[in-house]
Design a protein around this ligand. Structure first.
Ligand SMILES: NC(=O)C1=CN([C@@H]2O[C@H](COP(=O)(O)OP(=O)(O)OC[C@H]3O[C@@H](n4cnc5c(N)ncnc54)[C@H](O)[C@@H]3O)[C@@H](O)[C@H]2O)C=CC1
Ligand SMILES: O=C(O)[C@H]1O[C@H](OP(=O)(O)OP(=O)(O)OC[C@H]2O[C@@H](n3ccc(=O)[nH]c3=O)[C@H](O)[C@@H]2O)[C@H](O)[C@@H](O)[C@@H]1O
Length: 440
């Protein structure tokens, strides 16, 4: 089939390359000419494992092309996937739909009567219906559940496909697009527009809630001397709870979970339904960042003014260079504001971080970042950081003090190398002998 993908960011570029991998002829469209030029040259303008190989393969074969022209896109294919951004509005918690509205309007203007416009962006419930009422072209909604860092794998082998359709023809077209994925046994859920839209926001709300649940337990652990990592493991053994998304730490960030729970709570208010608990989920999440800042102050003797602080990590999660709402950079920037001399290192997100936070210091390697540090904060769990030898690190810093904001470093190893070691939601190693006694 001949497909177009409108908006070629993290979602759209991945979707375009994966649709080519499924055997389709694909034309990607973006309003950003630099992005289009990079993609057309076979270069992915962000870090996403496995995507560069796929993009190079299909741009070289000519099966995948990119353009800035909607006119060309309308003439090219019949099914158009809309993957533009839906960031948080500047003036409220709600989603900014201007890019979605503009992409649908542009496509509807040029598209022929047989075109199917398929929304993939995450939108407030009711958006698809409103667009269907506004435009003559047929509309469908096919929300996306991929995770950054696993985007290609998640697109080619998703847990499920959700097809929000208003006609048998739309369903048949989408089933044809995804035929190889469906043939591999992927469950398909067909739904009306509002249900399809809600599946997406509900899934992200559930994931965010699970993370904040364990982080709220971390707060209770901190107040009692209990250990949240043991707690998470133990409750995770219950199949009904499961171990996934129970990693406590500095909390969730990124271009999706934070803005999606805010937009969902906002939309629910408009509908007269209370999703107030999502505001608590958000608040718990933001308190974890406060807690790291507070721990940094505590470890630096009450104030960070003048302290040299190393922040390991800038991306919102490993295997990504995405710094949107990154907990690591949020903490780093706040410490800088409090007068600390902050140096950041990240294996992939340095360019993006530098652009967004030019006042922070940056080091080309973790080792360079550690030199002379009074305090080390481990805030994005890149595998590379787990390989740092506590002994080597000890020889580089001024004062061996570390906060593990992701709960993955081996405390015993760091303590044995002479480090003062703190992790969120876990007793400091020296406190272990008080096991079984309540702190308060
Ligand atoms: N990043 C992710 O992992 C996932 C994102 N989503 C959702 O997908 C949507 C896109 O997210 P990202 O790809 O992360 O955003 P992004 O910001 O990386 O990409 C959006 C792209 O759309 C382009 N664009 C904006 N207006 C346009 C227009 N009128 N015509 C053509 N292109 C236009 C921008 O230049 C940009 O390249 C959002 O709704 C997001 O919530 C859903 C699942 C996963
Ligand atoms: O709508 C979206 O864009 C996507 O949002 C998330 O994907 P993503 O943001 O790429 O990354 P996640 O792996 O979900 O991690 C999100 C944040 O939660 C944090 N996290 C995750 C898991 C966990 O146990 N604890 C935890 O703090 C991560 O460090 C990261 O900051 C969802 O997992 C995807 O299904 C969804 O498609």
């Amino acid at each position: 089939m001949r497909l177009t993908v409108i908006g070629t960011g993290y979602l759209g570029a991945t979707h375009a390359a994966c649709m080519a991998e499924l055997g389709h002829e694909v034309l990607g469209v973006d309003v950003d000419p630099d992005k289009v030029a990079a993609l057309q040259a076979g270069r992915v303008p962000f870090h996403e494992p496995a995507l560069p190989e796929l993009l190079a393969k299909h741009t070289a074969s000519g099966r995948l092309r990119f353009t800035t022209s909607y006119e060309e896109a309308a003439a090219f294919g019949e099914v158009h996937f809309i993957c533009v951004g839906t960031p948080q509005r500047k003036d409220s918690e709600g989603a900014d739909l201007r890019y979605v509205d503009s992409a649908f309007a542009s496509m509807a203007r040029y598209a022929g009567p047989d075109a199917l416009l398929v929304g993939k962006s995450t939108v407030p419930v009711g958006t698809a219906g409103r667009l269907a009422d506004t435009h003559a072209a047929e509309i469908a909604w096919n929300p996306e559940f991929l995770r950054e860092g696993f985007a290609v794998e998640d697109t080619l082998r998703p847990d499920r496909l959700v097809l929000g359709v208003g006609s048998e023809r739309a369903e048949a077209l989408l089933r044809a697009v995804y035929a190889p994925v469906i043939a591999a046994g992927t469950p398909v859920v067909t739904a009306d527009f509002p249900t399809a839209e809600l599946v997406k926001t509900a899934a992200n709300a559930f994931l965010a809630t699970k993370i904040s649940f364990i982080n709220a337990m971390a707060e209770v652990c901190e107040a009692t001397g209990a250990d949240v990592s043991v707690l998470a493991e133990a409750i995770g053994h219950d199949d009904r709870i499961g171990k996934k998304f129970l990693r406590s730490g500095v909390g969730f960030g990124g271009g999706c979970l934070p803005k999606d729970i805010r937009a969902f709570a906002h939309r629910a208010d408009e509908l007269g339904v209370s999703l107030a608990f999502l505001r608590e989920v958000d608040a718990i999440n933001m308190r974890r960042r406060d807690r790291v800042v507070e721990l940094a102050r505590e470890l630096c003797g009450g104030a960070v003014l003048g302290a040299r602080i190393t922040v390991l990590g800038a991306a919102f999660k490993p295997d990504s260079d995405d710094i949107r709402d990154s907990p690591a950079l949020n903490v780093a920037a706040r410490l800088r504001l409090d007068g600390a001399d902050v140096t950041v290192h990240d294996p992939e997100a340095m360019d993006n971080a530098r652009k967004a936070f030019p006042l922070l210091g940056y080091a080309v390697s973790a080792e360079e970042a550690l030199v002379g540090a009074d305090l080390v904060l481990h805030l994005t769990e890149w595998p590379q950081f787990r390989e740092i030898s506590p002994d080597t690190a000890r020889s580089l810093v001024s004062r061996p003090r570390i906060v593990d904001g992701r709960g993955v470093l081996d405390a015993a190893e760091w303590v044995a190398a002479g480090w003062e070691f703190r992790a969120l939601g876990r007793p400091a190693p020296g406190e272990a002998d008080r096991m079984g006694r309540l702190k308060r």
